[in-house]
Design a protein around this ligand. Structure first.
Ligand SMILES: Cc1cc2nc3c(=O)[nH]c(=O)nc-3n(C[C@H](O)[C@H](O)[C@H](O)COP(=O)(O)OP(=O)(O)OC[C@H]3O[C@@H](n4cnc5c(N)ncnc54)[C@H](O)[C@@H]3O)c2cc1C
Length: 443
């Protein structure tokens, strides 16, 4: 018992922590509530597992927002190259996509899970599945073990690696938050992050459902949709990891790229990236978004472009003209929002009608009602307060012998491999520190 470590949760962070703790010479028991390790890892990156990114360290940490500073020490000890070397050691080749995201070259998340399982076997880690930890035992401010229902499992150190509360079917249903809170830790409010958003104009969304919009600008505003200034043309992107400059009020974030319209609202890459800022802004007041379908042209330039089209093809219907400018499936529902007659001919369009069209093409608006719930989010923001964790060791500042890694902490990042790199790096450090600590005690 004196040199034994219990790691709670066999996800990305927990498997790395258990393997590393075993490498230091400690006796390690890994407890997993489901019947197999790495359930969530298998789903990552559309089952291809985007486990890190090629960004420089300075830019890398900005992807976690202000909490990124917490990771400097950890990344100094185990970062991307260490993870690549680790995977190579277990025969997992890797490849980098043009946008900097790194995947196994096989495109198989299973290969990463198998590598971690072999790491556990090599170190002699005992894995017990179907074991849901229900409490952490402490005496005189120090960890003494954990409980699985009424069964007591003694331990000199415990690593809490239970993940977030998203995708609970993978086993990560938020247990770690209550386990940590019961031993005195503060839990920063949990919020869904990287999550699709529900709009109030549900009929409009339904009419556009399934449409993918490429190369558009999505801007979120802290106001009702009808208060958005249609003449505001942003030329820079604003958001986590993008710019330290603050956007002009009432803009919350603005990003260019790809998004989707769904039967309940909006989703797709740029929506997910700005969703946490929107979720936090909804706490303050109304939030709306505007989609700029022609973000490379300002208002006047778009008006000129439309005028050229109308002059050149004066006998074509508006529907026909828009078909050449917008994704085919968007034309009819878009026309409905303009309240212009689809069969109106180009040369019949009045100045007021052209202006209405321009405004809507530059600013297709929705009021945001809510995000989808945490269970449907890619990651959980919030968690065990970083103020109560030593960033050098991942050790609890409140309970001796307790360590944390991964998403259970108040750490989350954008898409791109940052969440997994953080889970692996904090897992490696938590495992090593727990190992050294229990072995020091036995000497
Ligand atoms: C669909 C999807 C795709 C994603 N894609 C990516 C991606 O490509 N790149 C990226 O960087 N991130 C991605 N993420 C996020 C990433 O998967 C997580 O941030 C990461 O897995 C967190 O690792 P973790 O070890 O903290 O927790 P998890 O991997 O969630 O593991 C926690 C483990 O703890 C177990 N557990 C929970 N409670 C208990 C208990 N009481 N007792 C015992 N065991 C318990 C769970 O069953 C689980 O196995 C994705 C997430 C989702 C949902």
């Amino acid at each position: 018992m004196r040199n034994s470590i219990v790691v709670v949760g066999a996800g990305a962070g927990g498997m790395m922590a258990a393997g590393r703790a075993a490498e230091t010479g400690a006796d390690v028991l890994l407890l997993e509530r489901t019947n197999r390790p790495g359930n969530k890892l298998l789903l990552t990156g559309n089952r291809r597992c985007n486990f890190t990114n090629t960004k420089d360290l300075e830019d890398f940490v900005t992807m976690y927002g202000p909490s990124g500073r917490f990771l400097y020490g950890v990344f100094g000890r185990f970062f991307r190259d260490d993870l690549l070397a680790f995977l190579e050691r277990y025969g997992v080749g890797t490849k980098t996509e043009p946008d900097g995201r790194v995947f196994p070259s096989s495109n198989r998340a299973e290969d990463v899970v198998s590598a971690l399982q072999r790491y556990l076997e090599d170190g002699g880690v005992r894995l017990r599945t179907g074991a849901r930890v229900t409490s952490i035992q402490i005496a005189k401010g120090r960890v003494t073990g954990v409980e699985i229902d009424k069964e007591r499992v003694p331990a000199a150190a415990v690593v809490l690696a239970t993940g977030g509360a998203s995708y609970p079917e993978t086993g990560s249903s938020g247990d770690g938050y209550s386990l940590a809170a019961e031993v005195g830790h503060n839990i920063v409010k949990l919020r869904p992050a990287l999550v699709p958003l529900i709009v109030r104009e549900i009929d409009l969304a339904k009419s556009m459902q399934g449409i993918a919009l490429k190369n558009v600008r999505l801007t979120a505003y802290q106001c009702e949709a009808d208060r958005i200034d249609p003449f505001l043309t942003l030329t820079a992107d604003y958001g986590r990891g993008l710019s330290s400059r603050k956007p002009p009020k009432p803009v919350i974030e603005s990003r260019t790229g790809e998004m989707m319209i769904t039967h309940f609202g909006i989703g797709g890459p740029i929506t997910l990236l700005m969703s946490l800022a929107v979720v936090d802004a909804l706490e303050v007041g109304p939030v709306s978004v505007a989609i700029d379908l022609f973000h490379t042209l300002d208002h006047a330039q778009l008006q000129q472009r439309l005028q050229r089209e109308f002059d050149r093809h004066g006998n074509r219907s508006l529907r026909n003209l828009l078909d050449g400018l917008l994704p085919h499936k968007l034309v009819d529902p878009f026309l409905e929002t303009t309240r212009l007659l689809p069969d109106r001919l180009g040369h019949q369009m009045t100045a007021e009608e052209r202006e209405r069209l321009t405004r809507l093409l530059k600013s297709l608006r929705f009021n945001i009602k809510a995000p989808l719930p945490i269970s449907a989010a890619t990651v959980t923001a919030g968690g065990v307060s970083l103020d109560e964790i030593d960033p050098k060791t991942m050790a609890s500042r409140l309970v001796k012998g307790l360590y944390f890694c991964g998403e259970v902490m108040d750490l989350d990042a954008d898409t791109g491999g940052y969440n997994l790199q953080a889970a692996f790096s904090t897992g490696w450090v938590a495992g090593e520190e727990a190992g050294h600590a229990v072995l020091r005690k036995t000497k």
